[in-house]
Design a protein around this ligand. Structure first.
Ligand SMILES: [Zn+2]
Ligand SMILES: [Zn+2]
Length: 382
C-alpha cells in the first residue's frame, strides 16, 4: 500500500476516463501536481556504497571495451547463441524464482526447481535471492515512500541503479525491520545461496560460461568472457532494473490510477514479462503478473512455471479471480484502459507480434554490432 492510498483509503473514486483526465482528477484530489511523480532529489545525499560503485564502474567500462572488441573480432555463432540462452534462463530464473516464488510466494516449488532457479538467478549479479526478496517485499509494502529501497520519488536514475550506489536510509532499514523474512532464512537452499553467493556467482556466472565455449567449440577465451559474461550480465541487469525505474514512471494504470507503478509494454518485453506493473502492485500474489490469456502476452516465466507445474516441480499456482479484478478496476481503475473490446483476429495478430517483438527487443544489444559489421563489410561470425 502506498502513501497515496494510505492517505485516501476511504476516498470513493470511480472514474472511467483517459490518463490525461485522470491526472487532472488527481491534481484536484491532492491539490498538487500529480503526486505519483513527486521527486525529492535532496534525499540523494546519502553515504556512498563504494563496493557497489567500484563493481558497477568496472562492469560498465568492461562493457565498452568488450563491445568494441566484439565489433572488430570474429566469434563463433554458438557463442552468441549460448550467451542469449543462459541470459534468458537467468532472467526467467530471477522473474520466476526470486520475484514470483520467493518475494511473493505466488506458487510453491520442489527442491530441484528451487536449485535450478537459485543457480541461474545467481549468475545475473543481481545479489542473492534472499537479499532480492527482502528488498522487494519492502518495495511493495512501502512503495514510492521513504521506506521503499528503490524509491522512485528520488528520480529515474535512483530507482534504476542509483539505489545500489548509496547506503540504505534509516527509513528503509526501519521499514525492513517491520517485515517478516523468516521464511527466507528458514529455506535452506535460499540461505545457502545467500551465504555462498560470491563463490556461486564466480563459478556459475563467470568460470562456466567462459569455459564452455572455449572447450566445446574452441572459442577465444577473451571473446567468450566478453560475450557470455560481461555483455550478458550488463544486458540482463539493466533489463531487470527497468521494472523499478521505467515501470514506476511511464505507462498505463488500468487497475489503480492512484499509484505510480504502471503497465509498460517495452518493460514487459525486456524484463521477461514483468512489465504489467500496475496489475502486479495491485495483485502481487498472482503468479502471472497480468490477467490476460497467456498466449496473448509475452511472458516467458508463465510458460516456464506452467511447464514446471506439468512436471510436478511447481504447484499451488495462485491467481486473482476475474470477479475481484473487475471489482477493483471499477472502484480504483480506469475502465477504458482495461480490456478494450477487440476482435479475435486482432488479438491473435497482436499476440504473434507481441512474442516476435518481445524476443527481438530482448536481444537489442546485437543490433549495433551487426550494423557495424554490415557497414564495414566484415565477417559477422565464424
Ligand atoms: Zn514496483
Ligand atoms: Zn513484486
Amino acid at each position: 500500500m502506498n502513501t497515496v492510498n494510505d492517505k485516501n483509503q476511504n476516498a470513493s473514486i470511480s472514474i472511467e476516463c483517459p490518463e490525461s483526465i485522470v491526472v487532472e482528477k488527481l491534481k484536484a484530489i491532492y491539490g498538487v501536481d500529480d503526486p505519483r511523480f513527486k521527486v525529492e532529489p535532496s534525499a540523494w545525499k546519502r553515504p556512498l556504497k563504494w563496493s557497489n560503485i567500484i563493481i558497477l564502474t568496472i562492469l560498465h567500462i568492461a562493457v565498452i571495451v568488450c563491445y568494441v572488441d566484439v565489433c572488430f573480432s570474429l566469434f563463433h555463432l554458438e557463442t552468441a547463441l549460448f550467451s542469449i540462452i543462459i541470459g534468458a534462463m537467468s532472467g526467467i530464473a530471477t522473474s520466476a524464482g526470486s520475484h514470483r516464488l520467493w518475494s511473493h510466494r505466488t506458487f510453491k516449488a520442489r527442491w530441484p526447481l528451487k536449485l535450478w532457479l537459485l543457480i541461474f538467478q545467481a549468475i545475473t549479479m543481481n545479489g542473492s535471492t534472499l537479499a532480492y526478496a527482502r528488498d522487494h517485499r519492502t518495495h511493495h509494502k512501502y512503495s514510492d515512500t521513504e521506506g521503499d529501497p528503490k524509491n522512485p520519488t528520488r528520480g529515474l536514475f535512483y530507482s534504476h541503479i542509483g539505489w545500489w550506489l548509496v547506503k540504505k536510509t534509516d527509513s528503509v532499514k526501519q521499514a525492513g525491520r517491520k517485515l517478516n523474512f523468516s521464511d527466507l532464512y528458514e529455506d535452506r537452499l535460499v540461505f545457502l545461496q545467500h551465504k555462498y553467493y560470491i563463490p556461486i556467482f564466480i563459478l556459475f556466472g563467470v568460470i562456466i560460461p567462459m569455459v564452455i565455449p572455449v572447450i566445446l567449440w574452441n572459442e577465444d577465451p577473451w571473446l567468450a568472457f566478453s560475450i557470455c559474461v560481461v555483455l550478458r550480465i550488463f544486458v540482463i541487469l539493466h533489463h531487470l532494473f527497468t521494472v523499478n525505474s521505467l515501470a514506476h514512471f511511464f505507462g498505463y494504470r488500468p487497475y489503480d490510477f492512484r499509484i505510480r507503478p504502471a503497465d509498460h509494454r517495452f518493460v514487459n518485453y525486456i524484463s521477461f514479462g514483468e512489465g504489467i506493473h500496475n496489475y502486479h502492485h495491485v495483485f502481487p500474489f498472482d503468479y502471472r503478473i497480468n490477467d490476460r490469456p497467456q498466449w496473448e502476452l509475452f511472458n516467458p516465466p508463465v510458460t516456464f512455471i506452467r511447464v514446471c507445474s506439468l512436471l510436478r516441480l511447481a504447484y499451488d499456482l495462485k491467481i486473482a479471480s476475474p470477479a475481484v479484478i473487475k471489482e477493483i478496476v471499477t472502484r480504483r481503475g480506469v475502465q477504458t484502459l482495461y480490456d478494450p473490446i477487440r476482435s479475435l483476429k486482432f488479438r491473435i495478430l497482436n499476440a504473434i507480434f507481441d512474442w516476435i517483438i518481445g524476443i527481438s527487443t530482448a536481444i537489442w544489444i546485437i543490433y549495433p554490432a551487426l550494423i557495424f559489421k554490415l557497414a564495414t563489410k566484415s565477417v559477422i561470425y565464424i
